[in-house]
Design a protein around this ligand. Structure first.
Ligand SMILES: [Ca+2]
Ligand SMILES: [Ca+2]
Length: 344
């Protein structure tokens, strides 16, 4: 795999630059409705880690974007929801989280080409069986012959489509392989890191604001473009994102942290075990995982098939660790403090 590792730590010059300094993050700590109070927290962000721009750890490695450290409110207060967006469960428990450990996220979802490289190099069996959209039945069905290379939607084999039909176990195997190949601390993002990066300083329902109809420049969801082909009975974003189903990664505008497709395209596995509560969850970078593991893991961001009610920064989904679906993929994270410790 000499070619794979041929160009270590490539600086990406054309990517989005993280602002060198954000003056403050004003966070509304929403607490209980009984208290009915807001607490504004001014949190200086931008430490050493985000001074660097996007990078790759090898020529074939995913492009990584440093995320500024800071703090945010994880979850969505019910008061900000519209009548169509019932906020419930853990999401309705806004929790202040401090992201103090520098990390980077892949700018886009892991692509089919990147996943194919892993499958070939690690000589893993990608497995078969994937929940795919069946237009005839108008619902997801389990197709036992589908794989990441043949997920059903979209048909074809473009390398720059996000990989889908990959389980949480598959995503874990990918990051462990990449960590071995590069010697860097690659991993899945924690749920807190994911939401922090998706919000990118925003406290609205979506990174661009509250209105779904304002998001078609930023997110490939169940919009008018998709509804024209997939006649679902669900609500849709009343704008045209231009993609009936999966879009090539990075086709739409990035958020304020320079990350594309956090909302929509394919939904994304994160590290955390799933529970429908934020009570006692970690309030920092850490994933919330159980000793001995767990079966269900969290999925974030919604997909091209997601109506506005779930294509939001704070919305959560989950699935068993072995499940695959053609609307679910992943992106990856890497620790930056480890990089600094190694003098890089
Ligand atoms: Ca769409
Ligand atoms: Ca996504």
């Amino acid at each position: 795999m000499r070619r794979f590792l041929a160009n270590s730590a490539t600086r990406v010059s054309s990517g989005h630059r993280i602002p060198s300094r954000l003056s403050t993050l004003c966070l509304a700590l929403l607490g209980s409705a009984a208290l009915g109070m807001f607490l504004l927290i001014a949190t200086p962000v931008a430490q050493a880690a985000e001074q660097r721009g996007p990078f790759r750890d090898c020529a074939e490695c995913p492009e990584m974007v440093p995320v500024p450290v800071g703090a945010f409110v994880m979850g969505t207060p019910s008061s900000t929801a519209t009548p169509d967006e019932a906020i419930a469960g853990a999401e309705a428990m806004p929790t202040v989280v401090r992201i103090t450990k520098p990390f980077a996220l892949s700018r886009v979802e892991i692509t089919r080409a990147q996943y194919r490289l892993f499958v070939a190099d690690a000589a893993v069996d990608p497995g078969t069986g994937c929940k795919t959209w069946d237009p005839a039945q108008g619902r997801m069905i389990l197709s036992r012959s589908r794989t990441f290379a043949n997920p059903g939607v979209p048909a074809g084999a473009r390398n720059d489509w996000p990989v889908s039909c990959v389980s949480w176990n598959d995503a874990k195997a990918y990051v462990q392989w990449l960590a071995r190949k590069t010697g860097k601390a690659y991993r899945l993002a924690s749920e807190a890191e994911w939401e922090y990066a998706a919000r990118a300083g925003s406290s609205t329902l979506r990174p661009w604001g509250d209105a779904p109809a304002d998001g078609c420049e930023y997110a490939n969801t169940f919009d008018a473009s998709t509804r024209a082909v997939y006649a679902l009975g669900t609500d849709f974003a009343r704008c045209q994102d231009g993609f009936a189903d999966v879009a090539p990664v990075g086709s739409l505008r990035p958020n304020a942290f320079g990350l594309n497709d956090m909302i929509g395209n394919v939904a994304e596995w994160v590290e955390d075990c799933y529970t429908d509560s934020y009570v006692n969850r970690p309030r920092d970078n850490r994933a919330w995982v159980w000793l001995g593991g767990c079966n269900r893991h969290v999925i974030r961001g919604g997909s091209w098939l997601s109506p506005p009610s779930v294509a939001r920064s704070g919305a959560r989904d989950s699935a068993p660790a072995q499940d695959r679906a053609d609307s679910v993929g992943f992106r990856i994270a890497v620790d930056l403090d480890t990089r600094a410790e190694r003098g890089q």
